[in-house]
Structures are given as structure tokens and as C-alpha cells.
Design a protein around this ligand. Structure first.
Ligand SMILES: Cc1cc2nc3c(=O)[nH]c(=O)nc-3n(C[C@H](O)[C@H](O)[C@H](O)COP(=O)(O)O)c2cc1C
Length: 350
């Protein structure tokens, strides 16, 4: 059995990756960037705990279709059970799962998610191993990290992850405390020289040329773009600004996939950032629905939506029943043994 992700990462070609982005790297956007030479897409970070427990969280947070591959589903998790159960649930509908070890937001750190895990290599190892033991190859288990102040700690972490059987690592070349500073290329080079598994370098890729230069400097197998690909979903196809055909496709696709209007509008706002003048932007920001948005784009950008061809594969129906039942059964077992313990213990007071 083959896995497109590992085949790509072992191919010696530059692998172009769309980053996990909360709110934005959802099915419609992934469909768009795949049309413009993006090789692998990540979902936004999904909280594993809620995903496992709640059907409505699953419906809200994850949807895919047969064309949406290779796909990596990223989770925020702080214990092996949640991560491995969430991984089992999405395994039939994706190529791999990724553990977020880079989110620096205060709420995430407080819950033990994201960059909080960078200082807990043993726990990351347990999380990864539990998935690896439950779901066989070629399904991938990867980790996305930020670098640490002391680069030796990042090297050690990556070596530990490699020996735990991680399929690949994505490295955002900033520390959790850094926001807009340039990425640390030397750190990426040092990590590259210290491990054998495939690496994806991330940070400040705004054009195809940036992507090629980052790969050349770091020798990483892949490069990942977040803000750059939001402003220009066609960047991996070599466009320097968003081509109008890409804008038209987004509109037609957003309509077909019934994207939430606010998110749909945010995306357009990013894509048109470099081509919209101030007066147009004021008007654009006041738009309230898709019809008005289409009229605006027809008038100001001469877009002709009747000429836009956009075929879409139907959204896949995801069935999580078997796994949820297993998980419930496990919880019931835990509760049963806890009850037994209480009954047999001197702590138990009737
Ligand atoms: C809007 C937005 C949402 C993001 N959401 C996530 C996320 O869900 N998971 C994650 O690991 N990183 C997330 N990130 C961080 C990016 O994946 C990436 O690591 C970071 O932006 C640096 O890449 P860039 O310089 O290409 O933007 C997000 C970034 C942005 C701008």
C-alpha cells in the first residue's frame, strides 16, 4: 500500500504544502490551492478532545471529499487517548494526522496544547506511539513544531521524534515568543543535518521563488506557506499576485460548497489585498452576501462568472460510529473499574 505523502516527500522534488490555518484551511480553500500546484494540504487545528466527544464538533470541524488528497488532519491534543481515538476516526478519510506543537496562544498553552508540548518530549512520544500502535503504515503521524531558544533542545526533540517513528516533521523557524522576526535559517539547517526523516520548512514563503530558495538553503524536502497562500492561493503555481481566474473560482466554489459568508468574504479580502484600491476596499468591506459580492466583482474587476468552470467532487459522508463506540466502551470500562475500586476500598463510604 502506498501513501502519497511519503511518496512526495521521498521524491526529490520540492513538495509544496498548504499550512494548517484555523478558520481558513478548510475544504473549499484546500480545493482551490490544489488547482494551483499545492501538493499536500493540512486541515486547521482541531481539538481532539471535542472531536472525539461530540458529533456536532465533528460536523463543524471536518469535512472532505475524494479529490481532497493528500490530506493531513491536524489535532491539538494533550493525552494519547484523545489523539489516537481522533486519529482512528479520520484515518479512513485522510492520509495522516499531525500533532500541533507550535501554537503559542495563551489559552492553548494553559490547556497543555501546542507549544506547551515542546518542553515535554516524553509526552509527544507517547502521543505519537499510541497512534502508531493503533494505525499501521502507510498512514502518517507527523508533528509541527516551532524552534526553541536553545537550538540543541530542538535538535534533541527532533531526534527523539524520529526514533519514536514520526513520519515527518514540519518546523516553523520561529520560537513560540517570536511573531514577525525573520525565521532562523541556521536552526533549520542544523536540524536538517541532525536527522534523516523528511522535513518541511515553514515561515515567510510569499512566492514560488521564496519556496525554492528556502528549500535550497535548508535542504528540507518540503516548504509550507500560511499567510502567503492566504493572500495568493496561486503562489505555488508561480503567480506573484492572485490571478482573477483564481478569485472567480473561489466565488463559484464558495457558492457551491455553501461556505459561511464571513469566511468567504475574509478569503476574498486577503486575495484582493494587493489589487484593490482604497475606495473599492471601503465598498467591498460593506458587502453582506454572495450576490452583492459577485455584482461588485463583475463591476470592478470585470469578472464573468458564466465563463468560470469549476467541477467539484461531492462531500464525503464520514461515518465515525465504530470508533466512537470503542471509545465509549473504553470509558465505560474505566468507570466500571473505578466503581470496583471504590467498592473494595476503605475510602468508599455508603
Ligand atoms: C490565520 C492563521 C491560522 C493559523 N492556524 C494554525 C493552525 O491551525 N495550526 C498550526 O499549526 N499553525 C497555524 N498557524 C501558523 C501557520 O501554520 C504557520 O506556521 C505560520 O503562520 C508561519 O508561516 P507563514 O510565515 O507562511 O505565515 C496559523 C497561521 C495563520 C496566519
Amino acid at each position: 500500500m502506498s501513501n502519497q505523502v511519503m511518496e512526495l516527500l521521498e521524491s526529490n522534488n520540492l513538495v509544496k504544502v498548504c499550512a494548517p490555518m484555523v478558520r481558513y484551511s478548510k475544504l473549499p480553500f484546500r480545493t482551490l490551492v490544489r488547482k494551483y500546484n499545492c501538493d499536500i494540504c493540512f486541515t486547521p487545528m482541531i481539538i481532539a478532545d471535542s472531536f472525539v466527544m461530540s458529533q456536532s464538533a465533528r460536523n463543524n470541524e471536518f469535512c472532505t471529499n475524494a479529490g481532497d488528497r493528500p490530506l493531513i488532519v491536524q489535532f491539538a491534543a494533550n493525552n494519547p487517548e484523545d489523539f489516537s481515538c481522533a486519529a482512528e476516526m479520520v484515518a479512513p478519510y485522510s492520509n495522516g494526522v499531525d500533532l500541533n506543537c507550535g501554537c503559542p496562544q495563551r489559552w492553548a498553552m494553559k490547556e497543555g496544547y501546542g507549544a506547551h508540548l515542546l518542553k515535554k518530549p516524553e509526552l509527544i512520544r507517547d502521543l505519537v506511539l499510541q497512534v502508531r500502535n493503533k494505525i499501521p503504515h502507510p498512514f502518517t503521524v507527523s508533528v509541527k513544531i516551532r524552534i526553541l531558544e536553545d537550538i540543541r533542545q530542538s535538535v534533541e526533540l527532533c531526534q527523539q521524534l524520529e526514533s519514536a517513528g514520526v513520519s515527518f516533521i514540519t518546523i516553523h523557524g520561529r520560537t513560540p515568543a517570536q511573531r514577525h522576526q525573520p525565521i532562523n535559517i541556521v536552526a533549520l539547517q542544523t536540524i536538517r543535518a541532525s536527522v534523516q526523516l523528511p522535513l518541511i520548512a515553514n515561515g515567510d514563503v510569499k512566492t514560488l521563488q521564496d519556496a525554492e530558495e528556502l528549500q535550497k538553503k535548508t535542504k528540507c524536502e518540503g516548504v509550507m506557506a500560511a499567510r502567503g497562500i492566504l493572500t495568493n492561493p496561486a503562489l505555488f503555481a508561480g503567480f506573484c499576485v492572485t490571478p482573477l481566474d483564481c478569485v472567480a473560482q473561489w466565488v463559484v466554489m464558495g457558492q457551491k460548497l455553501e461556505t459561511n459568508f464571513q469566511i468567504f468574504h475574509h478569503h476574498l479580502s486577503f486575495m484582493l489585498e494587493k489589487i484593490m484600491r482604497k475606495r473599492e476596499r471601503v465598498l467591498f468591506n460593506s458587502l453582506k452576501n454572495i450576490t452583492d459580492t459577485k455584482n461588485f466583482l463583475e463591476e470592478y474587476f470585470n469578472l464573468d462568472f458564466s465563463q468560470t468552470v469549476c467541477s467539484l467532487t461531492a462531500v464525503e459522508e464520514c461515518n465515525y460510529e465504530n470508533v466512537t463506540n470503542d471509545f465509549r466502551r473504553k470509558n465505560v470500562e474505566i468507570m466500571d473499574s473505578f466503581e470496583d475500586f471504590l467498592e473494595n476500598s476503605c475510602l468508599y463510604v455508603d
